[in-house]
Ligand binder design. Structure first.
Ligand code: SAM
Length: 510
């Protein structure tokens, strides 16, 4: 059942049972999990997320403010191994009656055992957002990453209340991001906010007026049936299904109206095409039926066969999926420049204007404090090499001074051993030497501290230092980032200038 408000839109202050939470192990390593306080047949401690940084029981994750550092728990994962082997045998048809009987006798745990905190291992519990979801979603295809979709959404001026067409939906990374952007209330539950809007279509009145805004909606199209079904399931479990209509459709052949009769048009303000041949879909994104000769010439330019295997269908009556009252903004996402050339040529033929292309060369800037110097020895996140020539020379002198004393002591010790051996040979009593510990203490007095002493001192001193604001502020670019680099083509299709508009203008301007 869908939650009242999707955690992607309003995660609240803390995590709750039956809702999605994301366990962040490292910056780019996140694990999504639907939290459940129910008992589990696998572990006495209830449901558990096992990671390379330890096991985390769901009970330790529920009811925690987002961002909390969660310590790993001690969980007996031994019994799980036995069970999974048993399941494997069962799956292979190797189970037997005795095993089945013993399984049925296994106690059903009704009480969840309290887990104890492990001695090491932690993770952070973060709320589900399109950004965190993009980093941990089950990959069914290449996905659009955050640096790309943040630019696309901004450039297409996507706003709450807009209707957007997206094809193909793939793994749903872009879908989640745009569902959040267009959200202005759930259809049927609440009215969208009214907004002030200038009447631009009317030629006489230029007054501002209050207009009832419609609910924002995402129309997602995906050719691959299992992908479309999986996305539908994900959207239901994330509470986003009222905002997104997923249609399993070959958009090259069948276009973008959402029901079979071509009746229900999305009335889209914005289009995003992440398809292998976006130019083949453009014929369906016009305001009036395109001339057949133009459609034919664009299709005949396609050297590679489109992804579709659908048999040709009889033509349906034309119905535009675009909002007739607003300028339509489009973005196509293509990995290579040849696809861009074909897309731009087709856009020109169908009347798209303001066509421009961008290439994404995103790099994340890493800003941090760099602490360098011998005083940092043994401390985390610092460079303990000498910061100046003086520090380096002083350290060399200290090492030499200590080495001299050490070698002197070694020599003395050897001489003492030889003296004792000679005295023994002569049958005399061995000469009484200075106590070894006393000798060492006397000789190392006034010497520079040993490594052990230095580390101890640095650790103690660090307690009274404000390390977070010490050191030089440095800014570096990351050498690599996980983004699907692409060419983005943007364009606009103005509203149609009708005979009625012409007449109005003629009347007004003569
Ligand atoms: C690169 S993936 C899209 C990834 C998606 N934008 C995301 O962020 O997760 C391209 C998708 O387009 C779909 N596709 C290809 N040809 C199509 C067509 N003719 N109609 C609809 N979808 C199509 C593919 O099945 C594939 O899932």
């Amino acid at each position: 059942m869908a939650p009242a408000v999707s955690p992607f839109l309003d995660p609240g202050a803390s995590s709750s049972a039956h809702s999605l939470g994301i366990l962040q192990l490292k910056r780019d390593h996140l694990i999504p999990t639907v939290l459940s306080d129910a008992s589990s047949t696998e572990y006495a401690e209830g449901n558990v997320v096992n990671t390379r940084f330890g096991s985390f029981t769901h009970s330790s994750l529920i009811g925690k403010p987002w961002g909390t550092q969660i310590l790993a728990s001690v969980v007996d994962t031994g019994s799980r191994g036995g069970r999974s082997k048993k399941r494997k045998r069962e799956a292979n048809g190797e189970g037997n009656a005795a095993e089945d009987a013993s399984r049925s006798e296994e106690p059903v745990r009704s009480v969840v055992k309290a887990a104890t905190t492990a001695s090491s291992g932690f993770a952070h519990l973060v709320p589900p957002t399109p950004e965190t979801w993009t980093l941990c979603l089950p990959h069914r295809t290449q996905v659009v990453y955050t640096p790309d979709y943040s630019f696309i959404i901004q450039k297409m001026r996507l706003r709450p209340g807009d209707h957007i067409i997206e094809a193909g939906a793939g793994s749903g990374s872009f879908t989640h991001a745009v569902a959040r952007t267009v959200f202005n209330g759930y259809p049927g539950l609440e009215q969208p906010e009214e907004k002030d809007e200038q009447e631009v279509n009317g030629t006489t009145s230029r007054k501002r007026r209050r207009r009832q805004q419609r609910h924002g909606h995402v129309y997602s199209f995906e050719y691959h049936k299992p992908r479309a079904e999986q996305l539908r399931e994900e959207l239901v479990s994330h509470g986003l299904d009222p905002l997104v209509t997923v249609t399993n459709r070959d958009v090259y052949a069948d276009g973008f109206c959402v029901d079979a009769e071509n009746e229900n048009a999305p009335n889209a303000d914005v289009i995003f095409l992440d398809l292998p041949a976006p130019w083949l879909a453009l014929k369906h994104l016009t305001r009036s039926p395109p001339p057949p000769a133009v459609v034919k010439s664009i299709a005949s330019d396609t050297a590679e066969p489109p992804t579709t295997t659908s048999a040709p269908r009889p033509p349906k009556p034309f119905r535009s999926p675009l909002n007739p009252k607003t300028t339509t903004r489009i973005c196509t996402f293509s990995p290579c420049i040849e696809q861009v050339q074909k897309t731009v040529a087709a856009m020109r033929s169908y009347g798209w204007l303001d066509i421009e292309m961008f290439t994404m060369e995103h790099k994340r800037l890493e800003v941090r404090r760099e602490r360098v110097g011998l005083a940092e020895e043994g401390l985390r996140g610092a460079n303990p090499s000498p910061a100046t020539v003086q520090e380096a020379v002083q350290r060399l002198r200290d090492v030499e001074d200590r080495a001299k004393v050490f070698h002197g002591l070694q020599k003395e010790k050897q001489e003492q051993i030889m003296r004792r051996a000679e005295a023994k040979k002569r049958g005399e009593q061995a000469p009484a030497g200075e106590g070894e510990a006393d000798g060492l203490k006397k000789k190392t007095e006034g010497l520079p501290p040993s490594k052990h002493d230095r580390l101890e001192r640095a650790k103690k001193e660090s307690e009274s230092r404000a390390l977070f604001r010490e050191g030089r502020l440095v800014c570096r670019t990351e050498p690599e980032i996980k983004t699907h680099t692409s060419y983005l083509v943007f364009a606009m299709l103005p509203v149609e200038w009708t005979a009625e508009d012409e007449e109005k203008a003629r009347r007004k301007w003569g």
